[in-house]
Design a protein around this ligand. Structure first.
Ligand SMILES: *[C@@H]1O[C@H](CO)[C@@H](O)[C@H](O)[C@H]1NC(C)=O
Ligand SMILES: *[C@@H]1O[C@H](CO)[C@@H](O)[C@H](O)[C@H]1NC(C)=O
Ligand SMILES: *[C@@H]1O[C@H](CO)[C@@H](O)[C@H](O)[C@H]1NC(C)=O
Ligand SMILES: *[C@@H]1O[C@H](CO)[C@@H](O)[C@H](O)[C@H]1NC(C)=O
Ligand SMILES: *[C@@H]1O[C@H](CO)[C@@H](O)[C@H](O)[C@H]1NC(C)=O
Ligand SMILES: *[C@@H]1O[C@H](CO)[C@@H](O)[C@H](O)[C@H]1NC(C)=O
Ligand SMILES: *[C@@H]1O[C@H](CO)[C@@H](O)[C@H](O)[C@H]1NC(C)=O
Ligand SMILES: *[C@@H]1O[C@H](CO)[C@@H](O)[C@H](O)[C@H]1NC(C)=O
Ligand SMILES: *[C@@H]1O[C@H](CO)[C@@H](O)[C@H](O)[C@H]1NC(C)=O
Length: 560
């Protein structure tokens, strides 16, 4: 008990170094639950604010795009009011489908970059990027910038990045189809009569900085308008695939962040003149693009078929003609490691199947060169639905390390607690072994260990003004080692108040109120975490430094 009081009172300044050392440990745990609506989450540790930040397709307030959440511990999240990009801010170039943001920070220039997809629907803009004014689903990638991880982010320019990805070998069978574009030609022979060449709609950006200084953009070729013939199923299947392209790096080094990213010259206009007979524009009122840039195919069924990606290839008949036959792979994240021979290994996680279905899951592929070839793992999918645990539609995450240990990796992603629920932010431990070319996930259910660097916790209480009604209140704050405060209204963590003689205190988020009648007694404020066990939902948190030291609860005492 003495230890407890010492820790609590003196935590920020008191040094234990004389008799105890090693990292702080805590038995605080977290539970993946439905507290934060999030889709396609991208999460990073931000040293400037000493907190984790999450960016999501969903979760923004009206009038904003992209939800932003912040967390001291990678598990209890507080929503930032608004969102990342204000709808009426300058340069918002897309009309809709603002999807899958990722945020990167340049330490040298102090700018935060938010990459995201957006869709053009205005025929003139659609044609300028995709040749046809009625091109179905005209998605492009844009970049907005901010001085703060909390935003607001403002688009660098009123247009997407300077990149016109083009596929000269695609027979554009969409030109043979009619809205609602559910029924492709019945045979490859018919499909092959379609004109060659199409611009590629792009979504799901993931920027990768290689250690030779080159910057790469991984993205997904939007499924819409990408029907691929399958001999195996004797039909066209609408696919999304993953591609990579090298970016120029002027934008990254611009001290004013006013330079829009552009494709690297080695990929610029490499399909110039292809295919033969190409006409830039189909309508003089709507000029088409004149550039035709390259890309490297990274993940597709054609490059390497895996049966788990076939969950929706029969959807058209199964839905009585209301859905397309689909096969999607998207939402990639790439990281690099070296094996014990010093050989580089690039690991790429991706999500396959329809995000709306419970089958959405995660697989991975590896390569020894950034542009591939990438080999899918035979263990795929490595993260997928499990009805016995009530986890569905797992996917589209990102990879990050804990704030204090670069080797301790996590994969925040989205999942649904039942097949028709919204998508929520879940986090699982992630392991990588370049020697065995292995990537794996830890548990995402039950009581999960907090990341390193969160403990030790500190708790403090400051008296609030006398309400004059016979009560006395304190504003309580619990902070992580980084100094970042916990949201005490979160369903994951709370402060519990114990009044010495057993009279009842009330706790409302961070505010603890006690009857003034309890004058002279003391109130103990204890930090607790939610447990997955419904019969014992709250548990005191204990922490200690090094091994063999007494565990102490995170508590403080106030007198009435
Ligand atoms: C969240 O989970 C709780 C507990 O399982 C449940 O009672 C509640 O209905 C869920 N809320 C949403 C919005 O899914
Ligand atoms: C953004 O503004 C446009 C034009 O007023 C409106 O159509 C659209 O619904 C708005 N979107 C959001 C997310 O507020
Ligand atoms: C070009 O577009 C205009 C405006 O939508 C339309 O009136 C015209 O018929 C189109 N011309 C052709 C050749 O499609
Ligand atoms: C399937 O669609 C057809 C045509 O729309 C309709 O007549 C039929 O009743 C539908 N069948 C089922 C089982 O929904
Ligand atoms: C006294 O006032 C405080 C602050 O307004 C309020 O939270 C509390 O519920 C009130 N208590 C009573 C007994 O009225
Ligand atoms: C409690 O303290 C926090 C942090 O200083 C502050 O943001 C909040 O407004 C305070 N709450 C009350 C009820 O005073
Ligand atoms: C606790 O003490 C206060 C006064 O100090 C008194 O009003 C209250 O009734 C006591 N509660 C119990 C359960 O003894
Ligand atoms: C939940 O916790 C209680 C108390 O520790 C224990 O008796 C019970 O077996 C636990 N239930 C489960 C499902 O773990
Ligand atoms: C932490 O350990 C204490 C003491 O052993 C225990 O009472 C408490 O339930 C544990 N808390 C958690 C979150 O496991």
């Amino acid at each position: 008990m003495l230890g407890a009081l010492l820790v609590l009172a003196f935590l920020p300044t008191f040094s234990w170094a004389h008799w105890s050392s090693g990292p702080w440990r805590t038995n605080a745990t977290y539970v993946n639950d439905n507290s934060s609506v999030a889709a396609d989450p991208y999460v990073r540790w931000d040293a400037n604010t000493a907190a984790y930040w999450a960016y999501s397709t969903e979760g923004a307030d009206d009038g904003w795009y992209y939800g932003i959440y912040t967390s001291p511990d990678l598990s209890t999240w507080s929503k930032i009011p608004g969102g990342a990009i204000k709808n009426d801010s300058a340069n918002v170039w897309a009309q809709d489908w603002f999807w899958a943001p990722e945020c990167y920070f340049n330490e040298k220039t102090g700018w935060y970059f938010l990459f995201h997809a957006g869709r053009y629907t205005e025929p003139k803009l659609v044609a300028e990027n995709f040749k046809y004014p009625d091109f179905e689903e005209a998605s492009k990638i844009g970049v907005a910038v901010s001085r703060s991880p909390a935003g607001p982010f403002v688009e660098i320019a009123d247009k997407p990045i300077d990149y016109y990805p083009f596929d000269p070998e695609y027979h554009d069978i969409n030109l043979l189809m009619s809205p609602p574009y559910l029924v492709p030609p019945a045979s490859l022979d018919i499909g092959d009569t379609a004109p060659l060449g199409t611009y590629i709609p792009s979504i799901d950006p993931n920027v990768f900085w290689d250690d030779d200084g080159s910057i790469w953009l991984f993205f997904s070729r939007n499924a819409y308008r990408n029907w691929v013939w399958s001999d195996e199923f004797d039909r066209y299947i609408e696919e999304s695939n993953i591609y990579a392209v090298r970016l120029d790096d002027k934008w990254w080094h611009d001290p004013h962040a006013r330079t829009l990213p552009a494709v690297h010259e080695s990929f610029r206009d490499v399909h110039k003149g292809q295919p033969e007979g190409w006409v830039d524009s189909v309508n003089s009122s709507y000029p088409g693009p004149t550039r035709k840039d390259g890309s490297v195919p990274v993940i597709s069924y054609k490059l390497q078929p895996q049966a788990w990606e076939n969950a929706h290839v029969n959807d058209h008949v199964a839905s009585n003609g209301t859905l397309k036959n689909r096969r999607w792979s998207e939402g990639s994240t790439t990281i690099k490691r070296y094996d014990s021979f010093g050989q580089p290994v690039y690991f790429l996680t991706y999500s396959a199947n329809n995000y709306e279905s419970p089958d959405y899951g995660v697989g991975y592929a590896y390569a020894h060169s950034v542009a591939g070839p990438y080999y899918k793992s035979g263990s795929n999918p490595i993260l997928s639905q499990d009805a016995s645990r009530g986890v569905y539609s797992t996917g589209h995450g990102s990879i990050l390390a804990s704030s204090t240990n670069p080797a301790e990796l996590y994969y925040p992603h989205h999942a649904r607690p039942d097949p028709s629920a919204d998508r929520y932010l879940y986090t699982a431990r992630f392991s990588v072994d370049p020697d065995s070319l292995y990537v794996g996930f830890g548990a995402d259910e039950g009581d999960l260990r907090l990341p390193s660097g969160v403990a030790p916790f500190s708790i403090s209480a400051s008296p609030l003004a006398d309400a004059g009604n016979g009560t006395v209140s304190w504003n309580v704050s619990v902070t992580a080692a980084s100094g970042a405060a916990f949201d005490l209204t979160s369903p994951q963590n709370r402060v519990w108040a114990e009044v010495a003689n057993g009279s009842v205190a009330s706790v409302d988020g961070s505010v603890v109120t006690v009857a003034r009648a309890a004058s002279g007694s003391s109130v103990k404020l204890v930090y607790q975490r939610a447990r997955s066990n419904a019969t014992q939902p709250w548990a005191n948190v204990v922490q200690f430094q090094g091994l063999g030291q007494d565990e102490v609860t995170v508590e403080t005492e106030v007198s009435v």
